[in-house]
Design a protein around this ligand. Structure first.
Ligand SMILES: [Zn+2]
Ligand SMILES: [Zn+2]
Length: 137
């Protein structure tokens, strides 16, 4: 995804704009994403922490685990973002739910993460790498 790319929640109360190219994009099949998004998988797009500008509103952050928090719209509940709470040197960036972009047709996921909890009824017909857990697995 190359800038300018913009997106937002379902109701429009939160609008954002990406100001930096994505550094990573991929599917997550973890149970927390499945529950938080009410979907079998989420496609995430990572941008540097300073690579997103909220033009209207801002997400509310919910601490979903000791390691990370999830941003959502308080008006419509749309899940929008994910970010680690503690950084270890390098900027971990912020993950944007790719389908909240106004046009996410150009997003090209690189891999599948957390396939250990992928829904068995979700047929994936691609040849991308499939990691059993996180990126390092
Ligand atoms: Zn909203
Ligand atoms: Zn996940």
């Amino acid at each position: 995804m190359t800038p300018p790319a913009a997106g937002g929640c379902q109701c429009g109360a939160v609008r954002y704009r990406l100001t930096a190219p994505a550094t990573w994009t991929g599917y997550c099949h973890c149970r927390m994403c499945q529950r938080a998004h009410g979907a079998p998988a989420v496609v995430w797009l990572t941008v540097p922490s300073d690579g997103i500008v909220f033009d209207r509103g801002a997400p509310q952050w919910y601490r979903s685990s000791p390691e990370a928090e999830r941003g959502f719209c308080t008006m419509c509940g749309s899940p929008l973002a994910w970010r680690p709470v503690a950084t270890r040197g390098d900027d971990p960036g912020i993950d944007i739910a790719a389908t909240t972009l106004d046009d996410s047709t150009a997003v090209a996921p690189q891999m599948h993460l957390w396939c250990d909890s992928a829904m068995p009824w979700l047929a994936i017909d691609d040849h991308l790498p499939r990691k059993p857990q996180g990126r390092a697995s």
